[in-house]
Design a protein around this ligand. Structure first.
Ligand code: SDX
Length: 378
């Protein structure tokens, strides 16, 4: 057996062979199944992109229409899931509510028919269809309201905004939200995808796969950073405070949220697209003073940390877009999950195709041959 050197965070160590997405971190390039992210953001829709990621090819018009129909028809959640969510504390974080609810789906569909393409497709459709409904339901129920039923007249992104706000969204807002979902749908072997693949490798059910990935995505070093960015912009409060804030953080050796990436050593291409989407929203719905603060942050961080390859990542500008769409800050990471479920499911399928259980080794640095000490002698 080949013995490798230990690398914290498994930096640079391949954990799988994958044809789902590709990142060139020096050039700032991201492709899904070989197609540049910029092109998908301009021309595709989230469900079409999800299909591409999961089944490997862009769908034909008929395939896409059938897939969209299936997702539309599975948007409603069982009343038992809804009632379970009603009993969640309203002070709880929506990511925890989502993780519990995604896992609870496994109670209803626990059969593990992993060799059956119909089972795989049903699970894909059900997870893509119900996760937005569960998030919107939790949002309304924690305010004491009944959840809003999905609207079959609306497409995927517009329906989510409708379920949150009880009114059909502005078409530009809905399109921009859909593009955000495309941008967040997949990103090679990130922490939550790795988590999904490890869980998948045990041949458990796809609901457990997604629940474990949701739990991993929530942390502030990963998807949870998008919420922290807005909290940081609020704390900074003005353009003049940016430089002292950053200098103070760096002196304390603290991280600046929304910056840095294990793979990108230039600006994340998704951050560039998200910044552009934010500008489109400001042009239509009015400016946001946080945008000036964010731009100044980008300038100062580049000046201080650019030499280390630290630039805005996907989480830096996404919050400004969601804020302008009127979405509460603690739903930003659940929205990341709505999109990333496509990537997780693509990796679940790929893992099953050539499965071997993940079972890495460790470098033991503890003691040996220690005699047991009786309790009264400790
Ligand atoms: C996502 O992996 C993916 O693909 C993830 C993702 C996806 O789509 O799935 O792209 C989504 O998770 C985006 C990242 C969101 N997280 C944040 O914005 C949190 C802030 N960023 C960091 O904590 C950090 O940059 C990470 C977690 C993103 C990456 O961590 P690494 O690769 O382990 O890097 P590191 O912490 O070891 O830092 C390396 C150096 C250190 O300096 P030195 O000790 O070598 O001098 O860079 C510095 C760090 O101090 N550094 C930062 C910094 N990020 C790295 N310094 C200040 N602020 C930062 N944000």
């Amino acid at each position: 057996m080949m013995v490798c050197e230990y690398r914290p965070g498994l930096e640079g160590i391949p954990a799988a062979q994958s044809s789902i997405s590709f990142v060139d971190g020096q050039k700032g390039l991201l492709e899904y199944r070989g197609i540049r992210i910029e092109e998908l953001a301009e021309k595709s829709t989230f469900l079409e992109t999800a299909y591409l990621l999961i089944w490997g090819e862009l769908p034909t018009a008929e395939e896409l229409a059938a897939f969209e129909d299936e997702v539309r028809h599975h948007r409603r959640i069982k009343y038992r899931i809804r009632d379970m969510m009603k009993s969640f504390p309203e002070s709880g974080h929506p990511m925890d509510a989502l993780q519990a609810s995604a896992a609870a789906l496994g109670l209803f569909y626990s059969r593990r028919d992993l060799d059956n393409p119909v089972y795989i497709r049903d699970a894909v459709v059900r997870l893509l269809a119900t996760i937005p409904t569960m998030i919107a339901a939790f949002q309304l129920m924690r305010k004491g309201n009944d959840p809003v039923r999905p609207n079959d007249e609306l497409d995927y992104a517009a329906n989510f905004l409708y379920m949150l706000n009880e009114k059909a969204p502005d078409p530009l807002a809905a399109r921009i939200f859909d593009v955000c979902l495309i941008l967040h749908a997949e990103h090679t072997m990130n922490a939550s995808t790795f988590s999904a693949r490890v869980t998948a490798s045990t041949l458990t059910d796809p609901y457990a796969v997604v629940a474990s990935a949701v739990g991993t995505l929530g942390g502030p070093l990963h998807g949870g950073a998008n919420e922290e960015v807005i909290q940081m912009l609020e704390e900074i409060g003005s353009v003049e405070n940016v430089r002292p804030y950053i200098e103070d953080r760096l002196q304390q050796k603290a991280k600046i949220m929304g910056f840095g990436h294990r793979v990108y050593k230039v600006k994340d291409p998704r951050a560039t697209i998200l910044q552009n989407l934010a500008e489109q929203l400001f042009a239509k719905f009015g400016n946001d003073k946080f945008y000036d603060i964010a731009q100044e942050m980008e300038r100062v961080v580049e000046e201080k940390l650019g030499h280390k390859g630290i630039y805005p990542n996907v989480d830096f500008y996404s919050g400004l877009v969601y804020r302008k769409l009127g979405i509460p800050t603690d739903l930003f990471t659940p929205i990341f999950a709505i999109a990333r479920v496509a990537g997780w499911l693509a990796h679940w399928k790929e893992q099953l195709a050539e499965n071997r259980i993940f079972r890495p080794t460790q470098v033991y640095n503890g003691r040996h041959d220690i005699p047991y000490t009786a309790i009264d002698q400790r």
